[in-house]
Design a protein around this ligand. Sequence first.
Ligand code: FMN
Length: 207
Amino acid sequence: MSAFRAGDAGSNPARGTKVIGMEKMEVPSQRAYRLIYPQLVVLVSSINPTTKKPNIMTIAWSTPLSANPPLVGILVAPRRYSHELISSAREFVINIPTVEIIEKAIKCGRVSGRIHDKFSEFGLTAKPAKIVKAPIIEECVAHLECKLVNQLTTGDHTLFIGEVVAACANEGTFDGQFMDIERVRNFYQVGGDTYASLSKELLKPGL
Ligand SMILES: Cc1cc2nc3c(=O)[nH]c(=O)nc-3n(C[C@H](O)[C@H](O)[C@H](O)COP(=O)(O)O)c2cc1C
């Protein structure tokens, strides 16, 4: 693979004729978060503690927060139905979808569970989780069951901090250390309606 460095003159074969220059262009601060894209797309399942009806939302803003104790975070805008469910049930599941269900996964991010049953409408299966009451989504390849331990308003989103109380992955997808990304084609939001999955080629810079 030929390296393409910032400052190279000429064209980048992988990106048409666009050239990466040395000059720094200003980016409006409200768009700056897009400089840390692409972001892994996950599906967060939750449950209405009164009706027991489950819901799904698509999330591009999720992050590990601590290995010990095992904490993860998701950022949810207050107007989402899932926000209401996670605040009241105090639990959620992070499910990892793959390109095989990319259309269903994106549809879960386009309509609200206030008026749609996304499991039945998009043909996704709610399966009992091990510890929490929110279900796992069977068609996903990995699942992190979380109990809400804290929440923080971060401007226009809420950071829900979940302690991972159980986790599992489909056989053959996780070797005990890392996901096998040659087998598991999870995907990333590049921006807007554009997504990417990692190519088969693994980069191992000789550092
Ligand atoms: C690819 C993608 C990523 C998204 N990421 C987030 C996110 O990180 N946080 C958020 O609050 N909404 C995000 N959304 C929007 C919600 O998924 C969407 O508003 C969804 O309909 C909320 O469903 P609910 O009302 O049933 O909770 C994303 C949507 C898509 C398609």
